[in-house]
Design a protein around this ligand. Structure first.
Ligand SMILES: Nc1ncnc2c1ncn2[C@@H]1O[C@H](COP(=O)(O)OP(=O)(O)OP(=O)(O)O)[C@@H](O)[C@H]1O
Ligand SMILES: [Mg+2]
Length: 249
């Protein structure tokens, strides 16, 4: 694997909040075009790691690389790098007073400085990718939770990011709405969008993930292909966690 294929990497990341050591030496690589999944119990540090990789927070120790660049070395324009990283959170936090189309178009106008017409055109194309073109003129309150989350995905996607980080994008959705969001994410994965996804949707991981990281107490204690990690976990913690997860499906 050459550096050219690497979108994002980190080495030996540590992070603490006061007395609490939340990340205790995390190292991972995200190759271009890959879909990688992070699973692990609540409080294990998954969201903290995602915020650090999304350059929203700085680690106490360790290095973060974006496309081969050490992001905390001198002369790096962090805001420029951030604009290449898409983020999809558990709650899409759309602007209530803007239509689906305008929610997607906003970043295109403000950040990428597209004209109003160009932004609307690009926004509509992106809404098509998440199967929402018919809902373009609806306001968030007129959309289901799954549709709102797909607008959130379109908003990230429209910026042509080099990677999209997803933090439990379906955690607050009913099961049927979960499927429509997961289906869209599977399509993006198959199209070669580079993705790092915190999720407990094992079906998604099984079908499209290239690799799964299992986090516990601030460490990656096990990592493997989905097939191996899901059906043949090595550590007792992963075994227990997965058996509980699979019971629920
Ligand atoms: N800004 C913060 N200040 C203080 N403590 C924090 C902060 N952010 C996270 N923590 C703590 O760090 C630990 C890890 O939190 P994190 O949100 O990364 O876990 P998680 O794996 O995403 O959990 P969940 O599955 O519940 O989302 C938790 O104990 C949390 O309370
Ligand atoms: Mg979290």
């Amino acid at each position: 694997m050459s550096m050219d294929d690497m979108i994002m990497a980190c080495t030996d990341i540590h992070k603490r909040y006061g007395e609490l050591e939340v990340l205790k030496g995390i190292t991972l690589n995200i190759e271009k075009g890959s879909t990688k999944v992070i699973i692990g119990p609540s409080g294990s540090g998954k969201s903290t790691l995602l915020r650090i990789l999304g350059l929203l927070e700085e680690p106490d120790k360790g290095k973060v690389y974006f496309e081969g660049i050490d992001v905390y070395s001198e002369k790096v324009d962090l805001n420029k790098l951030r604009s290449k990283i898409g983020f999809v959170f558990q709650e899409p936090s759309l602007f209530r007073h803007l239509t689906a189309l305008d929610n997607v178009a906003l970043g295109l106008r403000v950040v990428l400085k597209l004209s109003k017409e160009e932004a609307r055109k690009k926004a509509l194309e992106t809404l098509k990718m998440v199967h929402l073109e018919r809902w373009a003129d609806h306001y968030p309150a007129q959309l289901s939770g799954g549709q709102q989350q797909r607008v959130g995905i379109a908003r990230a996607l429209a910026m042509d990011p080099d990677i999209i980080l997803f933090d439990e994008p379906t955690a607050s959705l009913d099961i049927e709405l979960t499927w429509e969001v997961i289906d869209v994410m599977k399509e993006l994965s198959r199209q070669g969008i580079t993705m790092l996804v915190v999720t407990h949707e094992i079906g998604f991981a099984k079908e499209v993930a290239d690799w799964i990281y299992f986090m516990d107490h601030g460490k990656i204690i096990e990592e493997n292909t989905p097939q191996e990690l899901i059906y043949n976990p090595k550590t007792q913690r992963a075994k227990t966690f997965l058996s509980r997860l699979l019971e629920g499906t």
